[in-house]
Design a protein around this ligand. Structure first.
Ligand SMILES: C[S@@+](CC[C@H](N)C(=O)[O-])C[C@H]1O[C@@H](n2cnc3c(N)ncnc32)[C@H](O)[C@@H]1O
Length: 274
């Protein structure tokens, strides 16, 4: 086991419009939330909230809600703090440190959401029973995880980390263990818990601009463990990045309109029966 990667909110937000799109698609499928009592807004948790920009979108949809974003990265939480406070609709937005693997719901929730975070949480489906228990009848668990671990961007990263040159230096840091399930497996696991489930996948054909945009993308996410491990050795980091960049240039050559970076994502919505 090794320590968690250091996140860089600014780097992560470079591609915020592409990264936000799946969240909006997830949000669009979430039904109306139950109400605890007249005049009481919904209670919402966002697990792995990151820099808080998508958490804030929840407040746009449910202006009276009390929303708490949880994340294990101090860097991400510091960035999210800019959204904290009362919301214009009379709700409240706050952020707390938590490891989603051990998050024990401390309240009754109307919505538990997690966008692009559970791929970092091994065995997260084992937490589903606790999370569904914490939902009010009629409440929803809504998750989205990337499903691109066999795509060239990730396969090449794994292969480079496994070369003799880097294997000893990086150990497991560069290797991504796949913690996600397929849409059909999420469907089964959550239906087993008595929920009505909607699970699906979408591959977004993303058009990225600029030089080496796929490298820039993964610097915000999949490369975090490698960049964290090499943080004290800038020469090695530069060398690794140059080798990986060359592989990505071949796998994702720029086209006439930019670089096409297909990205598969998996969605699951579990509705607790009322
Ligand atoms: C790719 S970002 C997604 C951020 C945000 N949900 C969004 O959609 O933009 C992944 C986030 O998961 C967080 N994360 C990773 N492992 C975690 C864990 N075990 N518990 C809580 N947060 C975690 C990271 O710190 C990071 O902020």
């Amino acid at each position: 086991m090794h320590s968690a990667p250091t996140w860089d909110p600014q780097q992560y937000l470079h591609h915020s419009s592409h990264r936000t799109r799946p969240f909006l698609d997830l949000l669009a499928q979430i039904p109306e939330l139950p109400t605890a009592a007249p005049g009481v807004g919904p209670r919402i948790a966002d697990l792995g909230c990151g820099p808080g920009n998508v958490t804030a979108l929840l407040a746009d949809r449910w202006p009276t809600a009390h929303i708490t974003g949880y994340d294990s990265s101090p860097e991400m939480l510091a960035r999210a703090a800019e959204y904290a406070g009362p919301t214009p609709g009379g709700g409240q937005l706050d952020f707390q440190p938590a490891d989603a693997a051990h998050w024990d719901p401390d309240d009754t929730y109307d919505l538990i959401v997690s966008n692009a975070a559970l791929q970092w949480v091994p065995n997260h489906p084992e937490s589903f029973p606790r999370w569904i228990d914490a939902l009010r009848p009629g409440g929803t668990l809504a998750i989205q995880v990337p499903g691109n671990f066999t795509s060239p961007s990730h396969a090449l990263l794994g292969e480079l980390c496994d070369t003799p040159q880097w294997r000893d230096r990086l150990g497991d840091h560069g290797r991504r263990f796949v913690h996600i399930l397929d849409a059909s497996e999420y469907l089964t696991r959550l239906t087993d818990l008595g929920c009505e489930v909607d699970a699906w996948e979408t591959t977004y054909s993303q058009l990225l601009a600029g030089e080496d945009p796929v490298l820039d993308w993964v610097k915000g996410t999949a490369l975090r463990p490698v960049l964290t491990e090499l943080a004290d050795d800038p020469d090695a980091a530069a060398e690794f990045l140059a080798e990986y960049r060359d592989l990505l240039r071949k796998a994702y050559p720029p086209g006439p309109h930019g670089t096409v970076f297909p990205f598969r994502r998996i969605f699951a919505l579990a509705h607790k029966k009322g």
